[in-house]
Design a protein around this ligand. Structure first.
Ligand code: ADP
Ligand code: MG
Length: 359
C-alpha cells in the first residue's frame, strides 16, 4: 500500500472575541505552522499511530474505538466519527510530525484532527464536503475527547488560505476567505501564563451575555447594535460584558470593509480597540497580556495587537510589517522579560494555507 500525506495548520483569532456562543462573526487566520500526517491502509483492521513529539506507539482496532486518555484520542475520535457517519474507513497506520507547539492556544488539537480527517479521505479515497468534515472533527473533539470547542479551529485549519483571513459566521455556519496584503505578518506571543480557565469565568461571561440578550429581547447578542445597547436599562456589569460582544461583531464587519480597501492600519486599530474592550468591558485580559500588547503596540511596524482566544492568560497576536517582524519579536520578548520577569515566546507567522490547499 502506498503512503499518502496531509498537512493541517494551526490558527489564530484576529477579531471577534467570544462571539461564537453569541451567534456572531469572527475573523481568524491559518498560520504556517502545523501538523503533517503520513500514512497508509492496513488490511488487518488495526490502527497504529505515532507522533514525533511523543514516545511510543498507540494501537487500536477500528471495530472497537474508545477514548484512551491519550493524544491519540484526537485521531481515533476523528476515525470513529467518520466511520459512524458512514464513510469507508478501515485499519491504517499514520505518523504525525508537528511544527506547532501544543497547548499554546494555536489549536494543535484541531490541526491533529483535520490532518487525520484529510489523510483518511486520501487513504480510503472518499470525498466529503469541507464544512461537513470540519463539523465532524469538532464532533470528535466534543464527544470523543470530551473538550467543548466551537467550529472556528477546524474551519480555520481546513479553509485557511495564504495571505487571506477567514471569516466565519457562527450562526449561519458559513465561511469566506478575505484577501490580506502579503507584506503583513502575524506575531503571536505566548505570555507563559496558562489559561486559568477552569470554566468558572467562561461560564459566568456566557451567562452574562445570555442575560443581556434576554433583557434586550433579542435571540442572541448577534442581533443587538451598540446604539440599542447604550439605550437599554440593565445592570452595568452585564452591559459592559454585552458591549464587548456587540463591539466585537461590529469590529469584524468594519474590518472586512477595511480589508476590501487594503487598509491594514485601520484593521490594526480595530485589534487594539478589541484589546481595550477586553480590559474594560469583558475583563478577560491579564497583566501579562496587557504588558505584551502595550510593548508590541509601541514598536515601529506594529499595526495593532490584542489578546487572542479565550483570554485569562494565553497569547496575544500582533499584526506587523513583515519586513520588521524579527526586530519586533526580539523587542517584545526582551521588553516583556524586563517588565514582568516572565519569559514570553514569540512565533513569527504568515497567514498560511489550510489543509484543503495542501494537495
Ligand atoms: P491547543 O489546541 O491550543 O494546542 P489543546 O489542549 O486543545 O491545545 O490540544 C493539545 C493536545 O493535542 C496535546 O495535549 C496533545 O494531546 C495533542 N497534540 C498536539 N500536538 C500533537 C502532536 N504533535 N503529537 C501528538 N499529539 C499532539
Ligand atoms: Mg485545542
Amino acid at each position: 500500500m502506498p503512503f499518502v500525506s496531509s498537512f493541517a495548520p494551526g490558527r489564530v483569532e484576529l477579531l471577534g472575541n467570544h462571539t461564537d456562543y453569541n451567534q456572531g462573526v469572527v475573523l481568524s487566520a491559518a498560520i504556517d505552522l502545523g501538523i503533517t500526517a503520513r500514512g497508509r491502509r492496513r488490511e488487518d483492521g488495526r490502527i497504529v499511530l505515532t507522533s514525533d513529539g511523543i514516545a511510543g506507539v498507540v494501537e487500536a482496532g477500528v471495530a472497537d474505538l474508545a477514548a484512551k486518555d491519550s493524544w491519540a484520542d484526537y485521531p481515533l475520535g476523528v476515525t470513529k466519527v467518520l466511520k459512524d457517519a458512514g464513510y469507508p474507513v478501515g485499519g491504517f497506520e499514520a505518523e504525525f510530525s508537528s511544527t506547532l507547539p501544543p497547548g499554546a492556544g494555536l489549536s494543535s488539537s484541531a490541526a491533529l484532527e483535520v490532518s487525520t480527517a484529510v489523510l483518511l479521505t486520501r487513504i480510503f479515497d472518499f470525498a466529503i464536503a469541507p464544512l461537513d468534515l470540519a463539523k465532524l472533527c469538532r464532533k470528535a473533539e466534543n464527544e470523543f475527547v470530551g473538550v467543548s470547542c466551537g467550529l472556528l479551529d477546524q474551519v480555520s485549519s481546513l479553509f485557511g488560505k495564504k495571505d487571506h483571513a477567514i471569516y466565519l459566521d457562527c450562526r449561519a455556519e458559513t465561511v469566506a476567505t478575505i484577501p490580506f496584503p502579503h507584506d503583513v505578518g502575524l506575531l503571536i506571543v505566548h505570555s507563559g501564563v496558562k489559561h486559568a480557565l477552569t470554566g468558572g469565568e467562561y461560564n459566568e461571561r456566557r451567562d452574562q451575555c445570555f442575560e443581556a440578550a434576554k433583557i434586550l429581547g433579542v435571540p442572541a447578542l448577534r442581533d443587538a447594535t451598540s446604539a440599542q445597547l447604550a439605550a437599554a436599562a440593565m445592570p452595568p456589569l452585564v452591559k459592559r460584558r454585552a458591549a464587548h460582544i456587540v463591539g466585537e461583531n461590529e469590529r469584524v464587519f468594519a474590518a472586512v470593509d477595511f480589508l476590501k480597501q487594503g487598509d491594514v492600519a485601520a484593521f490594526g486599530r480595530l485589534m487594539s480597540d478589541s484589546h481595550r474592550s477586553s480590559i474594560g468591558n469583558f475583563e478577560n485580559s491579564t497583566g501579562e497580556l496587557d504588558a505584551l500588547v502595550e510593548i508590541a503596540g509601541g514598536q515601529p511596524g506594529v499595526y495593532g495587537a490584542r489578546l487572542t482566544g479565550g483570554g485569562f492568560g494565553g497569547a496575544i497576536v500582533a499584526l506587523v510589517d513583515l519586513a520588521a517582524i524579527d526586530t519586533i519579536a526580539q523587542a517584545v520578548e526582551a521588553g516583556y522579560l524586563q517588565k514582568t520577569g516572565n519569559k514570553g515566546t514569540a512565533y513569527r507567522c504568515l497567514l498560511g494555507d489550510g489543509a484543503l490547499m495542501h494537495g
